[in-house]
Write a protein that binds this ligand. Structure first.
Ligand code: SF4
Ligand code: FES
Length: 252
């Protein structure tokens, strides 16, 4: 049985300050079992065979765990399936003859490198500002050396599920990265091990977020709606509380 024909319009841009345009391509014989990125791989094989420049996009694990992939698909970061990364989105969610527009994450703090690839190193710098516990860990602790109540462990685990993909920024009309930043702050600030640096961490990470050019939060909730790991808005509320407490305590 012949596969689907999909009409694509893909953002092409040769470099950061090069002109950009949406270029039409036709993906033919697309299997419903292909992932979205496999569909693009096939388009790229044809482009390479024709001596043309393949479409640049990021991916690594293709299992929904590394955070490398990310495309805006018909205006939605990671596409139409909730709780799903671009690499885990399958072509069965589209139908024969569909038109799909594919764009990169578009945000001032994520400059475009080429085509659909953006520079997300601003996230690394937010982590570097405070997303760690600075203790001399020494030898491995006994398993129960630091008791962590189960609800606290579960909260930390939920927040730690953020894979740093940047979809939250891409979908936010303010280009805000507070869902990402709050997940990373929460993950450490709720744990007993995170308490000594609790206030310096939240101030350093929030300040770095702002310096990187990400926007402020105006409670739109678009970030939560597209997050492939379903990180909750309650992380943002927690981070705001932590930040206010830290400032009231005189933390700079
Ligand atoms: S909060 Fe969600 S959308 Fe944002 S970087 Fe983390 S996993 Fe990606
Ligand atoms: S390629 Fe790793 S999450 Fe998509």
């Amino acid at each position: 049985m012949a596969g689907m024909t999909i009409h694509l319009r893909v953002w092409r841009q040769a470099g950061p300050s090069q002109p950009r345009k949406l270029v039409p391509y036709t993906a033919e014989d697309v299997s419903p079992d292909m992932s979205f990125l496999e569909m693009l791989d096939v388009v790229n094989e044809k482009l390479i065979a024709a001596g043309q420049d393949p479409i640049a996009f990021d991916s690594d694990c293709r299992e929904g765990i590394c955070g490398a992939c990310g495309l805006v698909i018909n205006g939605v970061a990671h596409g139409p399936e909730p709780g799903t990364t671009t690499c885990q989105l399958h072509m069965r969610h589209f139908k024969n003859g569909d038109s799909i527009t594919i764009e990169p994450w578009r945000s001032r703090a994520f400059p475009i490198l080429k085509d659909l690839m953006v520079d997300r190193s601003a996230f690394d710098r937010i982590i570097k500002a405070g997303g760690y516990i600075a203790v001399n860990a020494g030898a491995a602790q006994d398993a129960n050396g630091i008791l962590v109540p189960k609800p606290v462990a579960e909260q930390a685990f939920e927040s730690a599920a953020c894979i740093g993909c940047g979809a939250c920024v891409a979908q936010c009309k303010n280009g805000s990265a507070v869902l990402f930043t709050s997940a990373k702050v929460s993950h450490l600030n709720v744990l007993p091990q995170g308490q000594p640096e609790r206030y310096t961490r939240v101030v350093a990470m929030v300040d770095r977020h702002d310096q990187e050019g990400f926007g402020s939060c105006s409670n739109e909730g678009e970030c939560e709606a597209v997050c492939p790991k379903e990180i909750k808005l309650s992380n943002i509320a927690r981070m705001t509380r932590e930040y206010v407490r830290a400032r009231l305590a005189g933390t700079r």
